[in-house]
Design a protein around this ligand. Structure first.
Ligand code: ADP
Ligand code: MG
Length: 287
């Protein structure tokens, strides 16, 4: 976007503020859209904003699982992760995806630093107790080494941000007993946004936003409150959208001003959503 198209009053209100961007695995596969997402992240930094990137890596995990002959199954947007597959998840996320994003951002001059939930004790994980809603009531499912965020210690992030670095974070984190946990990247990012008291939380995905009917893009919800969106669980909100909306609500509950869901494949979607009146995706606010 020509920088002149941005609303500079809005840009100014973000000056010196943190924006946490969750970059979704499924929005990373196309190299052109990846390039334009990372260009926008780098541009935000030049506008005096402190972006922090949290990434998933679905397609890379899937490819490595196939190579290793591991099956993978999702329950309500969370990937069931057994002990042997946890190693592969860590290779994919903290290794391949993280390294690639850091490298590309640095080629754009963004001073990116790659880390995971383990670094500097950023996130302590605990095993997730997952309740799947069924017609006969909630049913507890063992997701293996899928974790929830237990505690966030954002000290290391503050240190990096303050010194001009752009943190790029893989959600793999350590638990109390030394086990590694795979935390859904949306949930992880929502907690990080909360701990950093971010100005905004942006989830970049492969659809235009939250839709009343996922098969009909014209049913996209442009703006909704966290109270209203909670009523859509169990009907409108399915699969990978479940942890994404939960993450938005976690961030908002912890004081983040607004949460957004935007399409990584749409040109300039992040800048349009944050810094213009032409909203590209869905905005969720407390009230
Ligand atoms: P990501 O890698 O971005 O986390 P996910 O596949 O986990 O991607 O989550 C995004 C997916 O959620 C969409 O591709 C879509 O299939 C699904 N989805 C479920 N319910 C909705 C909804 N109401 N509106 C939009 N997308 C939805
Ligand atoms: Mg997902």
């Amino acid at each position: 976007m020509a920088s002149a198209d941005l609303n500079y009053e809005i840009v100014k209100s973000f000056n010196g503020k943190v924006v946490v961007i969750k970059y979704g695995g499924n929005a990373m596969t196309d190299s052109r859209s990846q390039e334009q997402v990372l260009n926008q992240v780098a541009e935000m930094k030049t506008l005096g904003i402190y972006p922090v990137v949290v990434h998933g890596g679905g397609p890379v995990i899937k490819a490595l699982f196939e190579q290793s002959g591991i099956d993978s199954e999702f329950v309500d947007g969370h990937r069931i992760t057994l002990k042997n597959s946890m190693e592969v998840v860590e290779q994919a996320l903290s290794g391949k995806v993280n390294g690639e994003l850091v490298n590309r951002l640095n080629r754009l001059g963004a001073n990116a630093v790659g880390l995971s939930g383990k670094d500097g004790g950023l996130v302590k994980a605990r095993k997730r107790i997952h309740n799947r809603q069924t017609e006969s009531g909630p049913e507890e499912i063992d997701l293996g080494f899928v974790g929830d965020v237990d505690v966030v210690n954002p000290d290391l992030l503050h240190l990096l941000i303050k010194n001009g670095y752009l943190p790029v974070i893989s959600p793999v984190s350590g638990g109390e007993n030394g086990d590694d946990y795979n935390i859904n990247a949306d949930m992880f990012a929502g907690h990080i946004a909360g701990a950093l008291q971010a100005e905004a939380f942006v989830a970049i995905t492969n659809v235009d936003g939250l839709m009343e009917d996922p098969d009909r893009p014209e049913t996209k919800i442009v703006a909704i409150t966290s109270g209203e969106v909670k009523k859509l669980f169990g009907s409108v909100i399915q699969g990978g959208m479940i942890p994404k909306i939960e993450a938005c609500n976690i961030a908002l509950d912890k004081g983040v001003k607004a949460a957004h869901i935007v399409n990584g494949a749409m040109d300039q979607s992040i800048l349009l959503q944050l810094f213009t009146e032409k909203k590209s995706g869905t905005t969720i606010k407390k009230e």
